[in-house]
Design a binder for this molecule. Structure first.
Ligand SMILES: *Cc1c(COP(=O)(O)O)cnc(C)c1O
Length: 358
């Protein structure tokens, strides 16, 4: 049976990307060797790295002064690596609190300087994006989470402040075009929109670095990886290669504008159904709903049907629709790689369910 993968991460990748990746594991470009056994300093991987950097620059239209890095340790390592590199002990950084991941970033930053939480939607169980806030005057940066994977909200317009933006873009990286110039640092674990787990894409602006007094271990200093083109030590070669394949696929499908069009169409299909179907209810404020991770529950009076609907989904090849354990209900993660036809399968099931049960 065809599977429709709604997992939040690791998650769906475009079908042609997986096919090409499998070929590279078996026999990379007819070299008689697997990509997994090639030297990271050999000509094959050097070409992969160069193209990955060039494509990322091209897709995001990165101006001079920005560096693209491929690091390990997941977005969770960036929670501390970012403040370690950007925030001195006596300085203050502003953070927004929009959910679980934002909280983890806040917790880690506190070890390196003053942290001021300038906006939070915690009181409303993170069902919206707190857009009005008072920025700290001399903040080194403002940190935010562009898409809240667990609660299903997304910043559709980025905060406008004087300080440079630092952003955890893990779950909506390369899902839409945006102006990179207000950003000092962007990081994204690959396993949501870009590739397999194991690599973190980092974009950093040169002028953000070299300002803190503390000693930075080589492996935790962005400048090490800038100097060595992300090849200071052995990089995660396979996740980088698959990320490259995904970026090629994005370019072929109209670049970030084309991908955004696709993502908007998918989200509209599901949200329209949620707004009309009497059995289901979206959980977030309409204007802040995530295009990547729509969250929903059974509507009042129908909560007893949750198990039955889950079973129906399973029987029809839908995988990973369960909401995060801290939120419950359903979460339909619809990253770049998901085709609209898979969303249509879910929507048809919801309509069919309503005909029989409402
Ligand atoms: C998944 C996720 C993370 C955690 O990423 P790891 O690579 O597992 O450390 C952090 N932030 C956001 C927004 C995420 O969706």
């Amino acid at each position: 049976m065809k599977k429709h993968n709604y997992s939040a991460g690791p998650s769906i990748l475009p079908a042609p990307v997986l096919k090409e990746a499998a070929k590279a594991v078996a026999n990379y470009q007819n070299s008689g060797l697997s990509l997994l056994e090639l030297s990271h300093r050999g000509p094959e991987f050097t070409a992969i790295m160069e193209e990955a950097n060039a494509l990322l620059r091209e897709l995001l239209e990165l101006p001079d002064g920005y560096h693209t890095l491929w690091l390990t340790g997941g977005a969770s390592t960036q929670f501390f690596m970012a403040p370690m590199n950007l925030l001195d002990d006596a300085q203050t950084a502003a953070y927004t609190d929009t959910g679980t991941w934002a909280n983890k970033a806040i917790k880690e930053a506190k070890a390196f300087g003053n942290v001021e939480v300038v906006a939070s939607s915690k009181a409303d169980n993170y069902t919206h994006i707190p857009k009005k806030f008072k920025m700290h005057k001399n903040a080194a940066y403002l940190h935010f989470t562009s898409n809240n994977t667990i609660y299903g909200t997304q910043w559709h317009k980025f905060p406008k402040v004087d300080a440079p933006l630092v952003c955890d873009m893990s779950s909506d990286f390369l899902s839409r075009p945006f102006d990179v110039k207000p950003f000092g640092l962007i990081y994204a674990g690959a396993q949501k929109n870009l590739g397999p787990a194991g690599v973190t894409s980092v974009i950093v602006r040169e002028d953000m670095l070299g300002k803190v007094q503390r000693h930075l271990p080589s492996m935790l200093d962005y400048r090490t990886f800038i100097k060595e083109d992300s090849l200071y030590n052995t990089p995660p070669v396979f996740p980088i290669y698959v990320s490259l394949l995904t970026m090629r696929w994005i370019k072929k499908n109209g670049g970030l504008k084309g991908i955004q069009r696709r993502n908007k169409a998918k989200a509209a299909l599901l949200y329209n159904e949620l707004d009309q179907n009497p059995l289901f209810r979206g959980v977030c404020a309409k204007e802040d709903r995530s295009l990547m991770n729509p969250c929903f529950v059974m509507a009042e009076g129908y909560t007893q049907l949750e198990k039955e609907f889950s079973k129906l989904c399973e029987e029809n090849g839908i995988v990973g629709l369960k909401g995060h354990r801290s939120v419950g209900g359903f979460r339909a993660s619809m990253y770049n790689g998901m085709p609209k036809s898979s969303v249509q399968v879910l929507v048809d099931l919801m309509q069919d369910f309503a005909k029989r049960k409402a």
